[in-house]
Design a protein around this ligand. Structure first.
Ligand SMILES: [Zn+2]
Length: 96
């Protein structure tokens, strides 16, 4: 059975989402975080390349991760968590 309710609250973990729903929710949350950066965050980001904005838990995750804002040449200010064993910050909208 498919879960057709794609507008669940992000804190609602009772329903199991498909991977596609989780990804679209994740993207919406990341866009939201990126569009709500404070001027302090943007200043720090310009000075040091990236700035820690807080710990967040995305749909489907069991725990929180540290999130950083940084600038993508293509997408402007974006937010993501460090990935891979090198813990690099990669634009979530450049990779697929
Ligand atoms: Zn990008």
């Amino acid at each position: 059975m498919e879960d057709k309710n794609v507008e669940n609250d992000i804190t609602d973990e009772k329903k199991l989402d498909t991977v596609e729903v989780q990804v679209s929710k994740r993207d919406a949350i990341l866009r939201d975080l990126a569009s709500n950066l404070s001027s302090y965050h943007i200043l720090k980001l310009r000075l040091s390349g990236s700035v820690f904005i807080g710990n967040y838990k995305l749909p489907g995750w069991s725990g929180e991760m540290p999130f950083y804002a940084f600038k993508c040449e293509k997408h402007g200010f974006v937010v993501n968590y460090p990935t891979g064993y090198e813990q690099r910050l990669i634009c979530p909208f450049c990779v697929d």
